[in-house]
Structures are given as structure tokens and as C-alpha cells.
Design a protein around this ligand. Structure first.
Ligand SMILES: [Zn+2]
Ligand SMILES: [Zn+2]
Length: 240
């Protein structure tokens, strides 16, 4: 009873949950909000594995079961270990010692191994949960107007198509209008940046124009881990 009263006193509004706040934060930072949120989760996950879970049998077992990580994530591990003095080489060494012995054994016994990256598997689940939350919050909170009001925030093609295909018709059409407006404005900046390189042009390139080509690349393929894998949009609103 006591617990019920406390819940009544402090109702949890749907707008104030953690994922909503994470999505608002990633919209405010610019770039693709799903890619940016995923990059943050990816860095946290790698850091936790290397710093806290090196000796955790559960996590070690998960990594061993998949015969290690993909090349992209080994590269991230190396970067993080070299940049963060709290991590250093010991954590990664403990992880790869197990794995190297498995690979030695595999050669010894002529039993080929294939790798299923533990970090990729976790990120696939996180990506799905962020996409599902984005879709639900666009339809039920002020997330769409927040997205509209920051011109720096542009969903990448993959994430736009996925979210667009899952939204109810009316919200999907609003998102499409907003997305086209953002992309056409980016296209304008890109064209202006190119034109201003003409030797006859007298004037300066604006900051937005200078950033336009990197923003365009992120709009095309996203950023970080997400840019490596293309989802297959279900195409609910697309012409078949
Ligand atoms: Zn994206
Ligand atoms: Zn991976």
C-alpha cells in the first residue's frame, strides 16, 4: 500500500524515461540520433568489458562462445586500451589469451572456427530497441518537433527508412516532410560549397558549407558501427 501511494504521488510520465532523454540528448548533438546513441552505448559497452568484466566468467564465456570479436571491434578495443590509462593492455590480454588458445587448438585439431562478435550481437539488440523507442516517441511525445527544430540532426538513410517504414501513416508523412527539408537544405549547402571554390567567386565559405560534405556522408551511411551494416527497410510506405 505504501508503495502504491508513493507511486501515485510521483507519476512517471512517458516523456521522462531514460531512453526518451537519451534520444533528446542525441538530437541536440547533431548527426543521426540513432547512430550517435549507438556510438555512446558501444563505447560504454567496450569500456565496461575491458575495465569491469575482464574477470567476469559470464561475459568471458559470451566472448569465447562466439570465438572473439569482429575486426572492427578488435580495432576499437586497441584504440580504447591505448587511449585510456585505466584500461591499458592487461584487460585485452586476458580476453585474447583464451581466444588465442582456442585458435591454436583449432589448428591443432583441424577444426575450423567461425566468429560471431559478442559486441555486434549486443549492439544489434540496442539498435533495435532505440529504433523501436524512436518510433514510439515520435508518435507519442514532442520528439518530432525537437528533431525538426535542430537542423544539425539528420537521420541517416538506413535509420530514416527503418523508422519511416514503422510509423503510422500521418506521422510517417510528417517525418518525411521534415527529412526532405533537412536533406534539401544540406544539398543547398553542399552545392554552395562547391560553387564557392570557383576562382571567380569573391566571398567566404560559411561554417555550415564547410561541414556540408561530412554531414552528407553521415546522412548517406550513418556513422560508426552502424555504418558497417545496412538494415533491409520493410518499405511500408515505399513504392514496390
Ligand atoms: Zn543512423
Ligand atoms: Zn563486432
Amino acid at each position: 500500500m505504501k508503495g502504491d501511494k508513493m507511486l501515485l504521488k510521483k507519476p512517471r510520465t512517458s516523456e521522462k524515461d531514460v531512453i526518451y532523454l537519451a534520444l533528446v540528448d542525441s538530437i541536440s548533438k547533431g548527426g543521426c540520433p540513432i547512430c550517435r546513441t549507438l556510438e555512446k552505448s558501444e563505447n560504454n559497452l567496450i569500456w565496461i568489458i575491458l575495465y569491469e568484466h575482464v574477470n567476469d566468467p559470464y561475459v568471458r564465456e559470451k566472448i569465447n562462445k562466439g570465438n572473439g570479436l569482429c575486426g572492427y571491434h578488435y580495432k576499437k578495443v586497441i584504440e580504447m586500451a591505448k587511449q585510456d590509462p585505466l584500461i591499458g593492455g592487461l584487460g585485452p590480454a586476458i580476453i585474447v589469451e583464451d581466444l588465442l588458445s582456442r585458435f591454436v587448438e583449432s589448428i591443432n585439431t583441424d577444426t575450423p572456427l567461425s566468429t560471431k562478435c559478442y559486441i555486434c550481437s549486443e549492439l544489434e539488440k540496442t539498435e533495435e530497441s532505440y529504433i523501436a523507442s524512436f518510433v514510439s516517441k515520435l508518435d507519442t511525445t514532442n520528439l518530432l518537433s525537437r528533431y525538426e527544430s535542430n537542423p544539425e540532426s539528420i537521420l541517416c538513410y538506413k535509420h530514416f527508412m527503418e523508422i519511416y517504414s514503422r510509423l503510422p501513416e500521418a506521422t510517417a508523412q510528417k517525418l518525411k516532410e521534415i527529412q526532405l527539408k533537412k536533406l534539401n537544405s544540406l544539398l543547398g549547402e553542399l552545392r554552395s560549397y562547391i560553387e564557392k571554390h570557383d576562382y571567380r567567386y569573391i566571398g567566404t565559405i560559411t561554417e555550415n558549407e564547410a561541414k556540408s560534405w561530412t554531414k552528407a556522408i553521415e546522412a548517406l551511411v550513418g556513422s560508426g558501427w552502424s555504418a558497417l551494416f545496412q538494415l533491409k527497410p520493410k518499405g511500408k510506405h515505399s513504392k514496390q
